[in-house]
Design a protein around this ligand. Structure first.
Ligand code: SF4
Ligand code: SF4
Length: 412
């Protein structure tokens, strides 16, 4: 999404490396609003979930720039505002502020907020207590959900997937902690593996040896733990000898493909990285997968922020949805790089559940009122958890699907 202009890797930049940027903030508010000509209504004209919820500038991208400026120049200290950690950690890291700022002002308000979080962790005033549980779980169990490592491959029972530690394979399925360990998500892992095997992919997994990618740790600002994990993962993955890695989690995808190269002092990745939707889109285009079974459904796509704005993948999931017979595809009013975040990312769901769920409620409302769709389709376990919880709690009739489930039904 953004260009690193200092020459330093992102994970070695200090807050002071952003001094010129934060002084250059024009207070223009593009970071809070839909980009110019994409606005269709006042109701859906905003883009920053945190500012929309709290209606106070420190919660916006612009606010982070000015908090950073004040801390860099010594005009402000942690004790001056007890809410400071809340301003910093309610950000869902959706990237909308940075997407729109880059178009007009060429600044990086999300990177600034991540540098702020790193500063908070360094100085012992961050992350939020709920994030510490998550970090401790990753340190103890190699996953953020306090699940024993032995459970990591239970989703794969009776599936003919290779164990890459025992026999070589060309393609590694990097499952991700939530997909592998959350019982409500493990069908996504089973469907993904079954689809890839059906298309003739020579597929393996790391089984119980897979580690957390570190994305949740990076996002809450614990750089030391993230860098250690990124280096372990890079060595583990490079040693598999695979040509390509496929993952169904946008957080893992972003971490391995874009964050690991920003970690100082590590070897290059010797494989290509794909998200499942990119990979399946290509299999369909190459005639290796055929979607033939009709699914009569009016559906809209929710762009996961870490797949869309962070990694630029917008077309592949739409191509797949449109290729499924019977699907009528409709766009939400805010879509692609102007999509409304589900509220679940960046540690916001972990520490500010009510805010995260209100953000998802707004997404569901927009989907219903601007498309008339019966279903929201997405492909991120965090989006699914957050939107799914709201639908379950409210008894809302809107359906929610992982795109992989629809592909699996259509090729069956
Ligand atoms: S869009 Fe960029 S320059 Fe404008 S107020 Fe937001 S952070 Fe500052
Ligand atoms: S990343 Fe998203 S939630 Fe965070 S400040 Fe920017 S627009 Fe707001």
């Amino acid at each position: 999404m953004t260009v690193n202009k200092s020459g330093k890797k992102v994970f070695e930049k200090e807050l002071e490396d952003y001094r010129d940027q934060v002084w250059g903030c024009a207070r223009c508010n593009w970071c809070q609003n839909q980009w110019g000509w994409s606005v269709k209504s006042a109701e859906f004209s905003e883009i920053c979930p945190a500012f929309h919820e709290y209606r106070f500038f420190p919660y916006s991208g612009m606010g982070k720039m000015h908090i950073a400026r004040a801390l860099i120049e010594g005009d402000f200290d942690y004790a001056d505002a007890p809410e400071l950690a809340e301003f910093i950690y309610t950000c869902t890291t959706c990237g909308a502020c940075e997407m729109n700022c880059q178009r007009m002002q060429d600044k990086e308000p999300l990177k600034v907020n991540e540098a702020l979080r790193a500063r908070f962790v360094r100085d012992g005033v961050g992350p939020m207590p709920e994030h510490k549980n998550l970090i401790n779980s990753v340190k103890s169990y190699d996953n953020p959900w306090m699940q024993p490592r032995t459970q990591r491959d239970r989703w794969a029972k009776k599936l003919p997937v290779k164990d890459i530690g025992k026999e070589p394979a060309e393609t590694l399925f990097f499952v991700g902690c939530t997909t592998a360990l959350d019982a409500s998500m493990s069908q996504v892992a089973r469907d993904t593996a079954s689809i890839l095997l059906k298309a003739g992919v020579d597929l393996g997994t790391l089984g119980k040896k897979e580690l957390c990618c570190g994305s949740p740790i990076a996002r809450v600002g614990d750089r030391e733990t993230f860098i250690e994990l990124a280096l372990r993962n890079r060595e583990l993955l490079n040693n598999t000898g695979v040509k390509e890695i496929v993952t169904s989690c946008p957080g893992c995808y972003r971490a391995v493909k874009h964050d690991y190269p920003e970690v100082p002092g590590a070897a290059a990745l010797n494989f290509k990285v794909y998200h499942t939707v990119e990979y399946i889109d290509r299999l369909i285009a190459d005639g290796k997968l055929t979607l033939s079974r009709e699914i009569p459904l009016k559906a809209t796509w929710h762009d996961p922020c870490h797949l869309g704005r962070h990694c630029g993948i917008y077309d592949a999931p739409r191509n797949i949805l449109k290729a499924i017979p019977g699907i009528t595809f409709v766009e939400k009013e805010r879509n692609r790089d102007q999509s409304w975040c589900c509220g679940g990312g960046g540690g916001a769901r972990t520490a500010f559940l009510d805010f995260a769920q209100r953000t998802a409620e707004k997404l569901i409302d927009e989907a219903r009122r601007t498309t008339g769709a019966e279903a929201i389709v997405t492909c991120c376990p965090f989006c699914e958890q957050n939107i799914g919880d709201v639908l379950q709690r409210t008894g809302d009739g809107m359906k929610l699907y992982n795109l992989i489930a629809l592909v699996s039904q259509s090729i069956a």
